[in-house]
Ligand binder design. Sequence first.
Ligand code: HEC
Length: 139
Amino acid sequence: MKRTLRFTAFALVAAFALVLAGNNAQAQQKKAESWPVPAEYKNMVNPLAGDAASVNLGKTSYNKNCASCHGKKGLGDGPKGRNLKTFSGDFSGAQYQGQTDGEHFYKTKFGRGEMPAYDKKIQDREIWAIVNYMRTFKK
Ligand code: HEC
């Protein structure tokens, strides 16, 4: 009995230490630097309406291509995202939601650093649908 107790206490301390180490790894991610977008893209009009059909298409593609880093809800906490050097962003907040559709489109299409470019993998139309889906992350 005493042994079981001691083991339980040890396991708890070990689990706690692991959680702390995990949080720390995330806290050490560097914040992304500002990412200027050329005016022609910034002012682009999204050709798709933000209706259920495009949001659903965007959701399927987002979950397949983006959630591993950006997380299911766009909080930057996907399993792969936690191990990146750069924080991939919080898509629920004003910093992200305050950008134009064109800015989201441009960054997805061309990427930079640890953010992959999707211009050769995903068609423009589908990227616009993902942009619509990512609007649903707004808090
Ligand atoms: C391998 C991990 C990874 C994957 C997969 C990934 N991203 Fe990213 N993304 C990042 C990182 C890291 C950044 C921050 C890059 C920087 O600013 O230098 C980022 C930044 C972004 C930004 C800019 C955010 C802002 O606040 O301005 C958008 C938009 C974006 N990603 C969309 C997507 C979409 C859409 C997909 C899927 C089609 C995707 N990403 C897939 C890692 C990823």
